[in-house]
Write a protein that binds this ligand. Structure first.
Ligand code: SAM
Length: 248
C-alpha cells in the first residue's frame, strides 16, 4: 500500500521549508493541494515539478475517495495546504481520516504552523494552551463563542484576518474585559513581522491608531483566566445572561 505524507509548508518565509519536505514533495506521485495555482508557485520556487490534484473544502469527500484508491494501488501522495500545517484551520481532515480508515500509512512532515510560531514568541504560559482557530464571522456568534471561553484558564490562540482584527479585539474587550493581557503576532516570518504584547484595550488602541497594524495575517494569543473557579463561573453566567438578553 502507498503512503500519504502530510507536509507542512512555510507561512511566509520560503526558507522555512524543511529539507525532508523538499525531498518528499519531489518524490511523490502527486501532490494534493488546497489551491493548485498557489502550490504550483511554491513548487516552482523549490524547483519541483510533480502533478497536482485539487483537494479543498468543497470537493474533499469525493476527491478523498479517489485518492484513497490511488494509495491502495501503492502510490505515494503528499497533502499540502496554502500555508503552514495542513488540517490546522485548513482542509485535509476528511482525507486523512479516509486514508487511515482504509489502513493506509499516513506520515507527518512537521514544519511551520502560525499558532505554534506565535505561541513560541508570545511569552504567555504555554505548557497548556487552547487553539480556537478562527472566531465566527458573525458578531452574535462570535460573542457567544467568547462568552463560552471567558473562564478558560489555558492560554487561548486565535487566528484572525486583516478585515476582522478590529472587530475581534472589540468583542474580546467586551467579553473578557480590556485588562486581559494578549499578544498580537502579525506577518510572522515575513518582512513586516510584528509581535505586540499589551492589554487587550491597549492592543485595540494601537491597531486602531495605525493602519499598518491592520494589514496582513494575525495570530492573537490571549492569557487565560486565572481567577478562582467560583468567580469564573459567576462571571461566565453573568455575561451569558447579559448576552442572551442582548440577543433577544
Ligand atoms: N494551516 C495554517 C497554519 O498551520 O498556521 C493556518 C491556515 S489558516 C487558513 C490562515 C490563518 O493563519 C491566517 O488568517 C492567520 O490567522 C494565520 N497565519 C498564517 N500565516 C501567518 C503569518 N505568517 N503570521 C501570522 N498569522 C498567520
Amino acid at each position: 500500500a502507498g503512503t500519504l505524507y502530510v507536509v507542512a509548508t512555510p507561512i511566509g518565509n520560503l526558507a522555512d521549508i524543511s529539507a525532508r519536505a523538499r525531498e518528499v514533495l519531489a518524490g511523490v506521485d502527486a501532490i494534493c493541494a488546497e489551491d493548485t495555482r498557489h502550490t504550483r508557485q511554491l513548487l516552482q520556487a523549490l524547483g519541483i515539478d510533480r502533478p497536482l490534484v485539487a483537494l479543498h473544502e468543497h470537493n474533499e469527500d469525493a476527491a478523498a475517495a479517489k485518492l484513497v484508491e490511488r494509495l491502495r494501488a501503492g502510490e505515494r501522495l503528499a497533502l499540502v495546504s496554502d500555508a503552514g500545517t495542513p488540517l490546522v484551520s485548513d482542509p485535509g481532515y476528511r482525507f486523512v481520516r479516509a486514508a487511515r480508515a482504509a489502513g493506509m500509512k499516513v506520515s507527518p512532515l512537521p514544519g511551520a504552523c502560525a499558532a505554534i510560531a506565535a505561541l513560541s514568541v508570545a511569552g504567555l504560559p504555554s505548557d497548556r494552551f487552547c487553539f480556537e482557530g478562527f472566531l465566527p464571522a458573525k458578531a452574535a456568534a462570535r460573542r457567544e463563542r467568547l462568552a463560552a471561553l471567558v473562564g478558560e484558564p489555558r492560554t487561548l490562540v486565535f487566528y484572525e484576518s486583516a478585515h476582522r482584527i478590529g472587530e475581534a479585539l472589540a468583542d474580546l474587550i467586551a467579553v473578557f474585559g480590556g485588562e486581559r493581557e494578549a499578544v498580537l503576532a502579525r506577518e510572522l516570518t515575513k518582512l513586516f513581522e510584528t509581535v505586540l504584547g499589551d492589554s487587550l484595550a491597549e492592543l485595540a488602541a494601537r491597531v486602531a491608531a495605525d493602519p499598518d497594524q491592520r494589514r496582513g495575517e494575525f495570530v492573537l494569543v490571549v492569557r487565560g483566566n486565572h481567577d478562582d473557579a467560583d468567580a469564573r463561573l459567576r462571571e461566565g453566567r453573568r455575561l451569558y445572561t447579559k448576552l442572551c438578553e442582548h440577543l433577544k
